[in-house]
Design a protein around this ligand. Structure first.
Ligand SMILES: Cc1cc2nc3c(=O)[nH]c(=O)nc-3n(C[C@H](O)[C@H](O)[C@H](O)COP(=O)(O)OP(=O)(O)OC[C@H]3O[C@@H](n4cnc5c(N)ncnc54)[C@H](O)[C@@H]3O)c2cc1C
Length: 375
């Protein structure tokens, strides 16, 4: 039972955003900047944002060499170029807007480990550099002259360096977005799960975490930013979940002889050093079908593959004890680009950010906000 005051003040908004990951928060911030007088509410089902934005590995990346080469099999050269450009511009924009200190951004470069089966990728490096010159003005990729300095096992035949890649703390980035949204007067309600959106009239049915109370919200406009969880609210969408696992070691007793963000296996595996620990994740390609899920569980096959990789290839001479593990859910589809489109008279979506949402979320939120402004 709600009071007159609650009904009058808490359930009607100019814009309601569903989902408070990078995309939802960015959408709200851009919209509020453009329409300072608009009332904007974000509804989030978790106590914290609970999808990918607080679970990721914090790579400020736009594609490793083998990942970009792999994209050429599925996309036109123009599409590959614009995907990289969009990601890189996205990274530049969040650094400009929030500052490196706030994001804990480190320009430590990216590195890709090439094993025997993909070492031929290096032959196409010059061509990729040439294609990307319009964006970066310089060569992006180069071969590391003395890869032995990293201490990887001899399974690693070549290491390719990317001078434009960096690392950040995704929790710090999300915190900065949250603060910005609050400063602008965006209201955020957590623990509220949307169960239905009536897309032409802006009516939203939601429930609390205990699932024993129903709430009805009404928005002049509704933005769905639920990424991997979008099928529930938009069943016909071309969005498929893809779970990602991250492992974090205890502080490593010996010295870790490298820094930066590292990729393996066309970007499916990634690792970096955090506070003297090894953060290692990915490898959903080792059990693709099982990882197409929104359940936050650990796949033991993938976990043991990653642990073996750490022992045998990444830190072969060190004792590794594991302390933490977590999973997050990404969204994929038949194409790599995000879906940003109207899906009803009052409703639009921005979903399917793949494995690059750190770079894309801010810009995707801007594009959704522009679309909503025209609706
Ligand atoms: C393990 C892992 C590692 C990754 N590493 C990187 C990386 O290093 N670099 C990189 O660029 N990207 C990385 N990504 C991808 C990146 O994290 C995502 O692309 C990005 O976070 C997507 O942001 P989003 O806001 O669109 O979605 P999400 O962060 O998933 O946000 C969606 C939000 O909607 C909420 N929600 C869902 N359904 C409802 C509902 N019915 N009602 C209310 N709320 C709802 C969810 O709780 C969630 O908070 C990684 C992802 C994972 C899982």
């Amino acid at each position: 039972m709600f009071s007159y005051w609650e009904k009058k003040n808490f359930f009607r908004y100019d814009l309601i955003v569903i989902g408070s990951g990078f995309t939802g928060l960015s959408t709200a911030v851009h919209y509020k900047r453009k329409h300072p007088k608009a009332s904007v509410l974000i509804l989030e089902k978790g106590v914290l944002p609970t999808g990918a934005s607080t679970k990721n590995a914090g790579f400020a990346c736009f594609g490793s060499l083998t990942e970009i080469l792999d994209d050429f099999w599925k996309m036109t050269p123009e599409e590959v170029f614009s995907l990289v450009e969009r990601r890189y511009k996205g990274l530049c924009q969040i650094r400009e807007n929030f500052g490196d200190a706030r994001l804990q951004y480190k320009a430590n470069h990216g590195f890709e480990l090439l094993e025997a089966e993909n070492v031929a990728a290096a032959d196409q490096m010059d061509e990729v550099n040439k294609m990307l010159k319009k964006i970066f003005k310089k060569d992006v990729f180069s071969i590391v002259k003395k890869p032995g300095k990293f201490g990887f096992s001899d399974r690693v035949k070549l290491v390719v360096e990317n001078q434009f890649e960096g690392e950040l703390d995704p929790g710090a980035y999300l915190g900065a977005l949250w603060e910005k949204a609050s400063e602008l007067g965006v209201k955020i309600l957590t623990g509220v799960s949307v169960v239905e959106v009536q897309k032409d009239d802006g009516l939203i049915i939601a429930e609390n975490m205990a699932k024993d109370r129903i709430f009805e919200f009404s928005g002049d406009k509704v933005a769905i930013c639920t990424n991997a969880f979008s099928k529930k609210l938009w069943p016909e969408s071309d969005v498929e979940p893809g779970r990602g696992l991250v492992l974090l070691s205890k502080p490593i007793a010996g010295k870790i002889p490298w820094k930066g963000s590292f990729h393996l296996d066309k970007g499916y595996v990634y690792f970096r050093k955090i506070d003297g620990r090894l953060l290692l994740g990915g490898a959903r390609n080792k059990d693709f079908e099982k990882e197409k899920t929104v359940e936050f569980e650990t796949n033991p096959k993938i976990k043991s593959y990653l642990q073996q990789l750490a022992r045998e290839v990444i830190l072969p001479n060190q004792e590794i004890e594991w302390e933490m593990e977590w999973t997050g859910i990404m969204a994929f589809g038949s194409k790599k680009s995000p879906l940003i489109q109207p899906i009803g008279e009052k409703t639009a979506v921005a979903v399917r950010l793949g494995g690059m949402g750190v770079a894309l979320g801010w810009q995707v939120g801007k594009e959704l906000s522009q679309l909503l402004s025209k609706m």
